[in-house]
Ligand binder design. Sequence first.
Ligand code: ACO
Length: 436
Amino acid sequence: MAAQQDAGQWVLRRVEGTAQEVPLGSMKGQLGPDVVDMRTLYRRAGVFSYDPGFANTASCMSAITYIDGEAGILLHRGYPIEQLCQKASFPEVAWLLSHGELPDARQKARFEHGLMAEAHLHEQIRNFFNGFRRDSHPMAMLCGTLAGLSSFYGNQGADQRHRITSEEREMSTLRLVAKMPTLAAWVYRYSRGLPLIYPRPGLSYAENCLHMLFSMPEAAWEVNPVLARAFERILILHADHGQNVSTSTVRTVGATGVNPFACVAAGVAALWGPAHGGANEAVLDMLDEIGTVDGIPDFMNRVRNQEDGTRLMGFGHRVYRNLDPRAGLMRNICHEVLAELGMDHDPRLELAMKLEETALNDEYFISRRLYPNVDFYSGIILRAMGIPSSMFTVFFAVARTAGWVAQWKEMLESRAGISRPRALYVGPDRRDVPAS
Ligand code: ACO
């Protein structure tokens, strides 16, 4: 992985005081705008940059995901998300993210076999759950049990990150992707007091997720190919999204050399918040609050007036200033699932569609370039499939694990240094503690 480098293309010029010019390197990725190379800025100019939220800063080089937020484009390893969503399975996408190419038939068969073989959890993990209140938030249980898995797979970690072999990295990525659905399903089963269900050979990755959620010992979940494929496409749409909060967290934590299970648990914690992975749950709460289409004008007034910070959940994105390409795909999946379940006239769907249409024609949203994001429709689909809203972010984490481990692996292979941002200090100047 390399970016073209060209020294001295940019000049930092101090406008006040003595004239000072510092040439900075210019870099060019495969796609996207030119990049100013800031790595020597402080050493050469004695100044540093202020970029809260890092919206203008590339924290790493990556060959995994490209996003053009202005044009609404999302590519994984060069493949458009629309094509992957239509033509690939989730394990194929997970392999692609980690390995750079879609798997051939032999690689695919071996990977799927490995996912099945590694889907089981150590039996002692069952004991972990007993320590949680049944009404704990599922993300709390997921985060805790996942971090706990690091005590079972300590040797497969990155404890000595530059010495970890590529076989160990492969094993860790396989194990994490394989075990997440079982962990996620057990979180749900425990919270409901239901018997824990084991993964079943012969089912696909997505089917196994639904089987472990919904089967009972006396009555196995009946595979519905439309729902299983819809669920698989939801996983694909959430698999990776560049250097978002949780992925940046995984890279940052992983760069310290910590065990990958602990590292992904940190990603789970980052994903939990309503401004990130928790948004689809928040969309449903918002729809419930609005009630019916008659409630839209009132709600939109509150959003426009920014009353109590009211926002249209499922709209807007840090990167997209155009339609999030995943949102349109999610809308299609929503229609398919509700038709399959005989819920095409679901009042919540009608409300969501009317709300979307209203917002897209509203000056407040047009002028701010706010469009639906991936979360606007996903909650409606998941709830229609019988998945409770508190589990939405858990399955987002299942999907995003494919991206997290790919990014973790890429970070280790690039031998990146550890992260250490600075602060623009605005506290008191040096002062002495008063005499007592
Ligand atoms: N509803 C109403 N107004 C909004 C919304 C929204 N959903 N999103 C942004 N705005 C407004 C802001 O209030 C701001 O208005 P102002 O210029 O008058 O102050 C303007 O649009 C610019 O917004 P920013 O705050 O700069 O947007 P930012 O890029 O910081 O935030 C975010 C992005 C957090 C996603 C925001 O759009 C939001 O809160 N959306 C709702 C939550 C959501 O759906 N999150 C999921 C994101 S996708 C994901 O993580 C998987």
